[in-house]
Structures are given as C-alpha cells and as structure tokens.
Design a binder for this molecule. Structure first.
Ligand SMILES: [Zn+2]
Length: 436
C-alpha cells in the first residue's frame, strides 16, 4: 500500500476503533457503532463462545470492512474476548447458558449484564448472534454429519413469531435469509435450512440463551450458524451473506470493501491487519509477521499503548514478552528491549532508489533496489540486521542483501526496521519493505 492509501487506511481505522488499548490484560468486549444511530438498529454479536472464529471474525469484518451508508448497526465482535484469546468454548462455562439466571459471583456476570443492557436498548430492533456449529443441520436424517442433531449451516429461531411492532415474523425473515444464502452457495453440501428450536415448548437448554432472553424482552432475535467443518473464511462467507440479508430486510444500506468470494473474504481476514504503538511511533504490518521479534523497543514503564486495525487484535504481556493475538491466533511475540522514549514525533529523510523522501515515524516505505538514511543531527540511526563498524548508519546505500534476513519483521525477509534514537532515547521506527 502506498503512503496515501496507508494514511487514509489509518484514519479510517482510528475512526472505527477510537479506543486506545493497553496491554493490561483486560478483556472487556467492544461495542462498535456504525452508521447513524436510530430506532431501527441491528445488533450483531460474535464471540459468545471463543472456539467459533467464523462468527467473531465475521462480526469484526463487518466493523472494519463495511461502510454503513444508511441506517444503524451496532457490533459486538468479541463478546467473550477472554475465551477467544484462550481458544476455549468457555473458560468459565458456556456463556450462552447464562441468560436466564446468573449468580452475581459468576466471573462473567458483568459481561452478561452489559450485553443484556444493549439487547434491551430501545434503539435495537433486531439481533443476530453468530455461531459456528458442528456438521450440517438437516431437517431429516441423512447421515451422521448431516442430521437434525447437527448445528452447522442454518438460521435459528426460537419460535415462529412474536407479537412486536417490527420484525415479529421471525420465521419469514429467517426464510428470506436462508433463501438468499442458498442462492450463493459455494457447494451444495453447504445448503442452509431454517431451524426452529421451539424453545418455549420446553427446551430447557435453549431457554438459557442470549436469543431467548432477547425474545422475552420483545426483540426479534436470530442465531446464525456456519459449519465448523468448513475452513474459517468459508464460514465467514456464509455469515456475511446472512448479515447482508438482515441489513437488507431492515433497510440498512452498506458498502463492502472486498469481493464476496472465497478469496475475497480470505484476503479481507488475513491482509491489511496492523497494530500501531505509542502514538504511531511504530506501526507493524501483521499479515505475515514473524512469530518472534527480538529486541523490540518498549517503554521503560512496561506499558504498551496500542491501536489495532481490528477489534480482535490485542497484546498480552507476560514478563518481558508481549504477545500479539488476533482472535484465536497468536501472531507474534515481541521480546521487550525496555527503552526511554523521546516523546515528540518527527519526519525524517530517506533516499529511496535515489529519490529523496520525507518519511514519518510509523511509516512503511517501499523500496525497489536500495535506500539510504540521510544524516540528521537529532538522531542516531540503527538499521536492524545491518552490520557495520560505524555507530550511526546514515549516508550508506543499503540493499536487501546487506541485511541479515533473520532480522526481518516478516517471515519471508522483505520488511526491515530502521530505528531512530535521540541520545539514548528511542524516537521512532520506520519500516522499509523491499519489492518481492
Ligand atoms: Zn455457538
């Protein structure tokens, strides 16, 4: 991505995710409001169970890769964030059985109360809770994997209808979603069905769920299930199709920033993910990051302030190791090299393939052949992985082959760190990315 695009991208992200997080190991869920608040709000919930990435990644993509042009959408992409990071269905039991009764002593009591308050909010008129279920739901038994006992690939309602002003015709709405998904199947096996759990007729388990709580509070609520037998990006494909239909039903207009295809969804999940630290002094592209980065400059107070391009990204501190997590996956571990920080942010000068360029801290600069860091009296420069007898690595033409590959940020050896120091204080980082 070029500089202009990156700037625009960062700006969009900062607007989307204005919370500045810090690695203090808290796991409160995010509520991301998109569009213009109104009394016809769609509430999308992902991550009630941490081992269902299709659901929570879909919710996060709705937050980061959709523009809501008309209408109001609220997104909770990481309801049980702790279980997502732990990659567990529920470290404190199944959260989706905690909506009928819950002891105040339950460690998830506050989380459940908080989501209940959003469900009950007068502005919210329709709720979709996203899940990944095993196998493929079929109304009639076909085989072990395709049967009425399976949960994958279906639209779930608790009952046919409820007596509310809008969207009370649950069965009809769900049928519209099912038929829309079925118009866009990647494979016949993925066919969607409606699954009515008929909860009020005595389904003791379903009575404890989030959607049934919503129904009892006069809200249209649906479960949407993709199959755990599909790879994550295909589950996301089906969840997003369903969500687009729900938006359609509610008259919410959107713009999607990627192509709705297997590959388009895969790329949206895995590319263009970033984390920036300390007021953008450092900005790390995460899509192909190495699993371990040594000597990473972290502030001496050991607190890492960061902004993430995706609500499923977080940093967890364990001793001097700062692990970057993206949903269920740990992307990288940063080994802290504790430093005093120089607070001010500046731009610095580089020669990139012979052309002079002003570069800001946090920026990634694309290089075809070589780069040269211009001398600046304010800074000492260290190109990580470039070995030289001199202390300040300015005024030298550096090619990819001059830097030891093991110091790259990315697994394949294209992206390298230039670090700037003011006296002994860390001032900022620029990345150079060689053309592949
Ligand atoms: Zn589930």
């Amino acid at each position: 991505m070029n500089r202009g695009m990156w700037k625009l991208f960062s700006l969009v992200l900062i607007v989307v995710l204005s919370t500045v997080l810090s690695a203090n190991n808290h796991f409160d869920f995010d509520l991301i409001k998109k569009g213009k608040d109104n009394n016809n709000t769609l509430l999308v919930i992902g991550g009630i169970q941490g081992d269902e990435p299709g659901g929570f990644i879909s919710a996060s993509l709705l937050a980061t890769h959709y523009e809501i042009i008309e209408g109001s959408v609220w997104i909770v992409p990481n309801l049980n964030f702790y279980s997502i990071i732990k990659r567990s269905r529920g470290p404190y039991g199944d959260m989706n059985r905690k909506f009928a009764y819950l002891s105040k002593k339950d460690p998830e009591y506050k989380t459940v109360e908080r989501i209940k308050s959003f469900i009950k909010d007068n502005r919210v008129k329709l709720i979709v809770n996203l899940h990944d279920g095993s196998g493929f739901f079929r109304p009639i038994y076909e085989d072990k994997l395709h049967s009425p006992k399976k949960w994958g690939q279906c639209s779930i309602i608790d009952q046919k209808e409820i007596d509310i002003e809008k969207y009370g015709n649950l069965s009809e709405i769900s049928a519209q979603v099912v038929s829309y998904v079925n118009e866009n199947l990647m494979d016949d096996e993925h066919k969607y069905y409606q699954h009515n759990t008929k909860t009020k007729d005595g389904d003791k388990e379903m009575e404890k769920t989030l959607t049934y709580f919503a129904i009892n509070n006069g809200k249209a609520a649906f479960g949407n299930e993709a199959s755990k037998n599909l790879p994550t990006h295909k589950r996301v494909y089906y969840h997003l199709l369903a969500l687009e239909k729900y938006m359609d039903v509610m008259g919410i207009k959107y713009k999607r920033k990627f192509k709705m295809s297997s590959k388009g969804v895969y790329n949206a999940i895995n590319n263009d993910i970033y984390i920036s630290m300390y007021d953008d002094k450092i900005k790390l592209p995460l899509s192909k990051i190495r699993g371990f980065l040594k000597y990473f400059p972290i502030k001496k107070d050991k607190i890492i302030d960061f902004k993430a391009s995706n609500p499923l990204l977080t940093i967890i501190k364990n001793g001097n190791i700062y692990s970057i997590h993206y949903g269920n996956r740990r992307l990288s571990k940063l080994q802290a090299d504790y430093q005093d920080y120089d607070e001010k942010n500046c731009s610095v000068k580089l020669l990139v393939d012979g052309n002079a360029k002003d570069v800001e801290f946090g920026e990634t600069v694309e290089v075809s052949k070589d780069f040269l860091v211009k001398y600046d009296e304010n800074f000492r420069v260290n190109v990580i992985g470039y070995t030289n007898k001199i202390k300040n690595e300015t005024g030298i033409n550096i090619k990819k082959k001059n830097i030891a590959k093991k110091f790259s940020i990315d697994k394949k050896g294209y992206i390298y760190r230039i670090e700037y120091y003011n006296d002994d204080k860390f001032a900022g980082m620029v990345l150079v990315k060689f053309k592949s």
